[in-house]
Write a protein that binds this ligand. Structure first.
Ligand code: GLP
Length: 255
């Protein structure tokens, strides 16, 4: 199967194209259910989405938004919580009502129930129309770390140590305070009707090569996306820098 690969000539072009993918889904389907991803990769594209809406508002009160994953055991008010980030970056600027922002609780006495309620609510709203996915530097998607079975369903995953250290740095959580991540499982992600995987920067180039050109393996979770019938790999030139000439020849290049 030929993969759909889009390579943006610069970070600015990458952010613009990614924002346009989100905006066109929202504008073409006013009841769309759209999954976001937090991190450095998606910040600018969210700002562009918000700016576009501010300049030219459109109907957003029937959209359903959520984030693919969420930290656990941290109050939602922590800056690093996905709830807080997506609310500030997307939901509030776009006036999406709180009841249409589907997020699991970050603090709970029963995370299995939180997981169940999260996917049941997504199901009730018709399933995921568009899922934006970031790429971990170890190849993770959501918080599904290398080795996660492709059949995994929504669950609370341990973080990889590097990411956990970063979250602790960014959120100030002390080392003796357990941190995990509630994430859609790989099987849940694969049920999305459409996926856009976004990655930029040379630090992602190695994983991008593995994800696109390597074998489909649980050791590189994002490689499973090669099997999705409607997934676009949207990357910038830096992230594409290790791709083979054959792959580059099949990609769409945007200047
Ligand atoms: C975290 C999130 C992922 C995201 C990743 C990418 O791991 N839980 O969903 O894809 O960060 O982060 P960045 O864009 O900062 O590289």
């Amino acid at each position: 199967m030929k993969l759909k690969i889009t390579i943006a000539a610069s970070e600015e072009v990458f952010d613009r194209v990614a924002a346009d993918r989100i905006l066109s889904e929202m504008k073409s389907n006013s009841t769309a259910c759209i999954g976001f991803s937090t991190g450095q990769t998606t910040k600018n594209m969210h700002a562009l989405v918000a700016a576009d809406y501010a300049a030219q508002p459109f109907k957003t009160d029937t959209l359903t938004l959520f984030n693919v994953d969420e930290l656990t055991n941290l109050p939602r008010s922590y800056d690093g919580c996905c709830y807080t980030m997506i609310k500030a970056q997307v939901c509030d600027p776009l006036n999406v009502p709180e009841e249409n922002f589907i997020m699991p609780q970050t603090i709970s006495d029963d995370y299995e129930r939180e997981c169940r309620e999260f996917v049941n609510e997504l199901e009730r709203r018709g399933g995921i129309d568009l899922q934006i996915l970031g790429l971990g530097t170890n190849g993770h998607i959501g918080i599904n770390q290398p080795g996660t079975p492709f059949g995994s369903r929504v669950w609370v995953s341990p973080m990889d140590p590097i990411f956990e250290a970063r979250v602790r740095r960014e959120t100030g959580v002390p080392d003796d305070h357990y941190l995990g991540g509630l994430t859609l499982g790989i099987a849940d992600i694969m049920h999305s009707r459409r996926i856009v995987l976004v990655a930029k920067g040379t630090h992602k180039a190695e994983m991008v090569r593995g994800m696109i050109e390597g074998p489909v393996t649980e050791e590189l979770p994002a490689s499973v996306l090669q099997l999705h019938p409607n997934c676009e790999f949207l990357i910038d030139r830096d992230a594409a820098s290790l791709l083979s000439p054959e792959t580059l020849a099949t990609a769409t290049h945007i200047e």
